[in-house]
Ligand binder design. Structure first.
Ligand code: ADP
Ligand code: MG
Length: 605
């Protein structure tokens, strides 16, 4: 039997470093957070060789007292909390007092600082080299603020060092951290240099426009142009930020920034609520993009859940989930053709085309439009004398439509007036600024679907008793949940009761779902409710059914529509929520401005 000994301070710091200091990027995160906690509004970050050689963060914050310098490097030493109650109302990013100790145990660290206090003439420096601290405090030259310099990370922990990836990969991770933090504090200026090359210089952004510019620099201009700004208040909650239009989706969940009281987090509950808000409008398998800020009382969220503080725990998770879902759901439903046209317009200025980031059909409408709009193919030679829209009545209608378009007292609606139908599939329309092409089936499908949903909602969920009540074996936790949430489940259209410790009996279900796999559905609903406090599975199932029904009940391709019918469809689209995407998340219309058409024909160049 081996005997028990107390670990040396160095070893225990190195063990703690295992949690907090995974790679260069984690060092940058801790150092930047310290600078922000010190009230700095200017951060300069220098990195060499992906951070393995040098990581330096210089700030103009409050600085550290000479007497505290050595203490700053020791474990469980912090200026941010003093007692437990402080932890419950934490406003600083740090509070564990172990970052500098951990970092200095696995690197060569220098900490130089000067406070702004009167009489504090010179700056001071401490250095540590991966060993037990016998910190020597020496005078140094430094303006007010602090510089932390970390060299040769993991020089004394080769096992750790082996896990590092290439210089490029490590730097990409650092860059990602800098961007995340830059999005959390618009009032702070950030510069980032790698191997003496300037990577970012983000000036403090005061006005909304400047903030939007920073978001564009960090997330790419296409995101800003294809997103809407939301600002919603809830019960002691506030949600602000940018969410992407459903037609601007990503193949990966890589453009998702979510901040809780200024701290970036990844949280299952949050992701779930946002996904749910996009459920009905996002193309299958795609991910929404967002930069969102949730603010709530510090006491309503526990940040002390994880050493790297990437996770939080909400005191009332259901409230937060519902607030996020309903705010975003509302915002997405309200996106109008006018919003999308604005996005299309700004895309144009940046040289991209509407929907350019949508990796699906029609993505290159505009960019590669030459081939799309080419009229030189023999099959399309019949333009103007073609089979459709050539009868006298059609010409009359067209003239009427033109007359309406040109009557200047009449404001042209966003999607304009129909001028023709193309190959029985697309409606061509012109609005004030250009050409609109509508996928007629997709558009009609969405309109029918939204109407059916509305009808269903107004009618309330009709329930239908099961001929033979269904008994399901579940876990004790699930049975308890079913019992305590009986009322809520009833509102979803499920009537059930607990039969035993680990079994429930389902008596009634929503009649529209009578052919669904009830057992699976109830299980899934219960596990949602357990995890997120609510479930939208019933709604999702119901929507899926309605969507299929809507699909069958909508105009098929190759149906000739008259001009008034087409115009009616355009007006319906403008009036219908979520009409920019079909039930499967594909765009229902695209737009090309006259300017852009001119460019295609090299007009005025
Ligand atoms: P924590 O941030 O959890 O308090 P750290 O180990 O990161 O723990 O830092 C220890 C202490 O050192 C902080 O509480 C703070 O007082 C001081 N400190 C660290 N970095 C800075 C800085 N850039 N400016 C001012 N003070 C700092
Ligand atoms: Mg810290």
């Amino acid at each position: 039997m081996k005997r028990i000994t107390v670990l040396s301070q160095r070893l225990s710091n190195q063990i703690a470093a295992g949690e907090v200091v995974e790679r260069p990027a984690s060092v940058i995160k801790e150092l930047m957070e310290n600078s922000l906690d010190a009230g700095a509004d200017r951060l300069e970050i220098d990195v060499e060789q992906g951070g393995t050689k040098l990581l330096r963060v210089r700030d103009n914050g409050a600085g550290i007292h000479k007497q505290d310098l050595a203490l700053a490097l020791s474990r469980h030493a912090t200026s941010k909390i003093a007692e437990l109650s402080d932890l419950e109302n934490i406003r600083s990013l740090g509070f564990r007092g172990e970052a500098l100790a951990s970092i200095s145990s696995v690197s060569r660290l220098k900490l130089t600082s000067k406070t702004g206090e009167a009489g504090d003439g010179s700056a001071w420096r401490v250095a540590a080299e991966g060993q037990e601290m016998e910190a020597q405090v020496a005078p140094a030259a430094h303006p007010q603020g602090t510089t932390v310099e970390v060299r040769d990370l993991f020089f004394n922990t080769p096992a750790r060092k082996k896990f590092l990836k290439t210089e490029k990969t490590e730097f990409t991770r650092i860059d990602e951290i800098v961007k995340r933090i830059a999005l959390s504090r618009f009032d702070v200026q950030f510069t980032l240099n790698h191997n003496q090359r300037a990577i970012h210089k983000l000036l403090a952004a005061k006005t909304e426009q400047e903030q939007q510019r920073r978001v564009g620099l960090v997330c790419g201009p296409a995101f800003v142009e294809n997103s809407v700004f939301v600002d919603m208040d809830g019960p002691e909650l506030r949600l602000r930020g940018w969410v992407s239009l459903p037609t601007f989706s990503r193949s990966q969940a890589d453009l998702q920034y979510f901040y809780v009281n200024g701290r970036i987090i990844r949280d299952k509950l949050v992701t779930h609520a946002i996904r749910q808000a996009y459920r009905d409008v996002l193309f299958h398998g795609r991910h929404p993009a967002y930069v969102l800020y949730l603010e709530l009382a510090p006491g309503a969220v526990d940040v002390n859940v994880h050493p790297t503080k990437h996770e939080v725990r909400f005191r009332d998770s259901r409230l937060v989930h519902d607030f996020l879902f309903s705010s975003l759901h509302k915002a997405l439903a309200k996106i109008t053709p006018t919003d999308q046209l604005a996005a299309a317009d700004s895309n144009l200025h940046s040289g991209a085309a509407f929907g350019s980031s949508y990796a699906g059909s029609g993505a290159d409408f505009g960019g590669g439009a030459q081939s799309h709009l080419s009229l030189s193919e023999p099959t399309r030679q019949s333009y103007g004398t073609g089979s459709h829209g050539s009868g006298p009545a059609a010409i009359q209608q067209q003239l009427a439509a033109y007359a309406r378009l040109n009557a200047d007292d009449d404001e042209v609606p966003p999607l304009g007036y129909a001028i023709a139908q193309l190959h029985g599939i697309y409606i061509l329309a012109q609005n004030q600024e250009g050409l609109i092409v509508v996928d007629m089936h997709a558009a009609h499908e969405r309109i029918t679907y939204e109407r059916m949903k509305q009808a269903c909602q107004n009618e309330e969920l009709k329930m239908q008793p099961l001929l033979v009540p269904l008994s399901i074996a579940v876990s004790a936790a699930e049975a308890e949940c079913a019992e305590s949430q009986r009322q809520m489940l009833l509102q979803l259209g499920i009537e059930l009761e607990r039969a035993a410790t680990e079994s429930i009996i389902v008596r009634q279900i929503p009649s529209i779902l009578r052919d669904a796999d009830i057992e699976q559905l109830v299980r899934d609903v219960l596990s949602d409710v357990l995890e997120y406090g609510s479930s939208d599975r019933i709604q999702a199932h119901q929507d899926e059914l309605l969507s299929t029904m809507a699909c069958h009940g909508s105009v098929r391709a190759n149906r000739q529509l008259s001009i008034p019918e087409m115009n009616a469809l355009l007006r319906d689209m403008e009036a219908t929520e979520r009409s920019g995407q079909c039930n499967h998340g594909r765009p229902t219309w695209v737009y090309q401005s006259l300017d852009e058409l001119d460019k295609l024909f090299l007009r005025g160049q």
